[in-house]
Write a protein that binds this ligand. Structure first.
Ligand SMILES: N[C@@H](CCC(=O)N[C@@H](CS)C(=O)NCC(=O)O)C(=O)O
Length: 220
């Protein structure tokens, strides 16, 4: 039996996606924290990108959070996190792609962009993205999760960026408006999941952790 090693950092939203998948599937693993301000030499040798998250499975390494989560889903059949139906599965993957290509870059862009004159277009893009998500969630027929009745990788892909949104509020004055009723309801559902309760961090934790990036003392 291969041992599973998971390399991560508590502040990384991408690693959080994987922490949630491992918790939802109750997968035994060894978790190793990587200090991203002081990456050990051995990690450069292990990881092709030197980023977290990374999964080590026997002699193989797998990286990129969304690829890791699909690997987890393929390798552990309990507590499925993707729909069986091929159309529904394709829709899940479209949402994951949307998170990676549109929603997440706006969230990260707004916090990591130090030139304030560039904030307005990012804010607009983020609001457009939230409008789009709200419209999609409000048109679901049933269920409290992103795709309906069942928790999927889509929920785990988006959730970390909403937990990190306290940073946008604190440093950029960007609030998740009350008009996003369905997003707020979805967030409440996610916050009740045991996987989230066991792995979440407080707003104070994130605000402190992002400080060096926002004041420019660490380059992103
Ligand atoms: N697309 C990657 C992004 C991973 C990523 O950017 N991780 C950051 C931490 S949140 C990292 O390891 N940064 C260290 C570095 O760039 O040196 C994924 O989804 O896994």
């Amino acid at each position: 039996m291969n041992t599973l090693k998971f390399y991560y950092n508590d502040v990384c939203p991408f690693a959080y996606r994987v922490r949630l998948a491992l918790a939802e599937k109750e997968i035994e693993h060894e978790a190793v924290i990587i200090d991203l301000e002081n990456i050990p030499q051995w990690y450069y040798e292990l990881s092709p990108t030197a980023k977290v998250p990374l999964l080590q499975w026997g002699d193989d390494v797998i990286w990129e959070s969304t690829v890791i989560n699909e690997f987890i889903e393929d390798n552990w059949q309990n507590n499925p996190l993707l729909p069986h139906n091929p159309i529904a599965k394709a829709q899940a993957r479209i949402w994951i792609e949307y998170c990676n290509s549109s929603f997440q870059p706006s969230c990260c862009g707004l916090v990591f962009e130090l030139d304030e004159s560039k904030h307005e277009p990012i804010r607009l893009a983020l609001n457009e993205s939230l409008d789009f998500i709200e419209a999609a969630l409000s048109s679901r027929e049933n269920g409290p999760y992103w795709l309906g009745e069942d928790l999927t990788l889509v929920d785990l892909t988006f959730y970390p960026f909403f937990e990190h949104a306290c940073v946008l509020s604190h440093y950029r004055g960007f609030e998740l408006s009350d008009k996003y009723l369905h997003i707020h309801q979805w967030l409440e559902t996610m916050q009740k999941r045991q996987s989230v309760q066991q792995n979440c961090h407080s707003p104070e934790f994130y605000i402190e952790a992002y400080k060096p990036f926002v004041d420019g003392s660490i380059d992103h």
